[in-house]
Design a protein around this ligand. Structure first.
Ligand code: HEM
Length: 341
């Protein structure tokens, strides 16, 4: 049988490819002869994926709770994947599909495109959060959550890594200390990051076990990230662009959307969900280990803003406020909660 020119051309390319890394083409062709065709279930690891849900109770809705957290982790993972590429200017891939390392400079179109992707991930999460909010029976939730103590979504390390990769740490320092630590080194800023004021026992002001465990497990990693992203976070990468690029309206739009997605939209749908499950008509509604969640979670209280330079004073004063109407129309029942939004 004659071998077509197109096939010969490919064989030549393959030969060059393997020669360039000191490998013998024929051995690799042998590998192709013996290899089985790839199946979807093996490639996507469907069986492994669907074996990762291990409810602690018999309440059927606990599975929904686990799966939705896992879905969220996967989207956050994708966001981190994009943030890493932004940090290192994107991968340089040869025509033969080989990884040639990171690019030496960041192209503005690449940056805009990656930011847009991250925004899409967050939009998907924000839109789908109703799966949590209305997708479980409150009676089941209030029971099975007691078997999960002291675990809390508060311990989502990926959200914290996303923040560190998105902006300078000085913007993430708790508001009460931000001015004072504005020019401090990143590790001191990290030790005073805003979320250390969350997962605090409401009655005593002590750290909850949830927070202590979280710090034990991840704080050292976060310090490494603080070093890695000090000069590579999104805001720094924007500063490193040529002046004209920095003001590119498409870039500014994506940055502002990112700020709103991570610091208002997602926190707000999450908060509304917490309200639905934890608020009671009368009396206290306890977070994990008695946390201060009602005073901590509302975006308007936290006032996390990645890119203050891109917002007017009025916009920052009203951070998270435009949502008040919508949230109030919701089924929030206690006066206490109403004041907190
Ligand atoms: C019924 C569903 C949920 C409820 C009732 C809920 C409730 C809470 C509460 C009360 C807190 C404050 C800390 C504590 O007391 O534990 C918290 C924090 C948090 N949860 Fe959830 N959560 C829910 C779903 C989720 C999901 C699906 C995720 C996704 C990973 C998540 C991620 C987080 C994060 C990242 C924080 C920290 C927020 C911050 O620091 O601003 N939660 N959650």
């Amino acid at each position: 049988m004659e071998i077509a020119d197109e096939t010969l051309k490919r064989i030549q390319i393959l030969k060059d490819k393997y020669a360039s890394i000191g490998q013998d083409l024929n051995s690799y062709l042998d590998g192709l002869i013996y290899a089985n065709p790839l199946a979807y279930w093996d490639y996507i690891e469907v069986d492994a994926l669907l074996s990762l849900q291990k409810p602690k109770t018999d309440f059927p809705d606990e599975k929904i709770f686990i799966v939705y957290h896992q879905i969220t982790e996967l989207y956050f993972y994708l966001a981190e994947h994009e943030l890493k590429q932004i940090a290192y200017n994107g991968k340089n891939i040869s025509d033969q599909g080989q990884d040639m390392g990171w690019n030496s400079e960041l192209k503005i179109d690449y940056l805009i495109d990656r930011l847009r992707r991250i925004n899409k991930y967050f939009e998907a999460l924000t839109k789908s959060f109703d799966v949590m909010r209305f997708g479980m029976e409150k009676e089941q939730f209030t029971k099975f959550r007691m078997s999960l103590l002291s675990a809390s979504g508060f311990q989502t390390a990926s959200y914290r890594r996303i923040e560190i990769a998105c902006t300078d740490l000085k913007y993430l320092v708790h508001e009460s200390k931000r001015k004072h630590l504005w020019t401090a080194e990143v590790h001191e800023q990290l030790d005073n990051i805003y979320w250390k004021q969350g997962a605090i026992v409401e009655d005593t002001g002590e750290k909850t076990l949830t927070l202590k465990h979280f710090e034990q497990k991840y704080m050292a990693d976060f310090h490494k990230l603080a070093d890695e992203f000090e000069t590579r976070n999104v805001w720094k990468k924007v500063q490193q662009l040529p002046e004209a690029d920095r003001k590119n309206p498409k870039l500014v739009k994506e940055l502002r959307e990112l700020d709103v997605n991570v610091n208002i939209n997602w926190p707000l749908v999450h908060y509304r969900t917490a309200v639905r499950y934890l608020a009671k008509d009368k009396g206290e509604s306890k977070g994990t280990g008695g946390t201060n969640w009602q005073n901590y979670l509302p975006p308007r209280f936290q006032r996390r803003i990645f890119y203050p330079e891109l917002w007017s004073q009025q916009e920052m004063d009203e951070w998270g406020k435009a949502w008040v109407e919508e949230v109030l129309a919701d089924s929030i029942r206690t006066e206490n909660l109403r004041e907190n939004i």
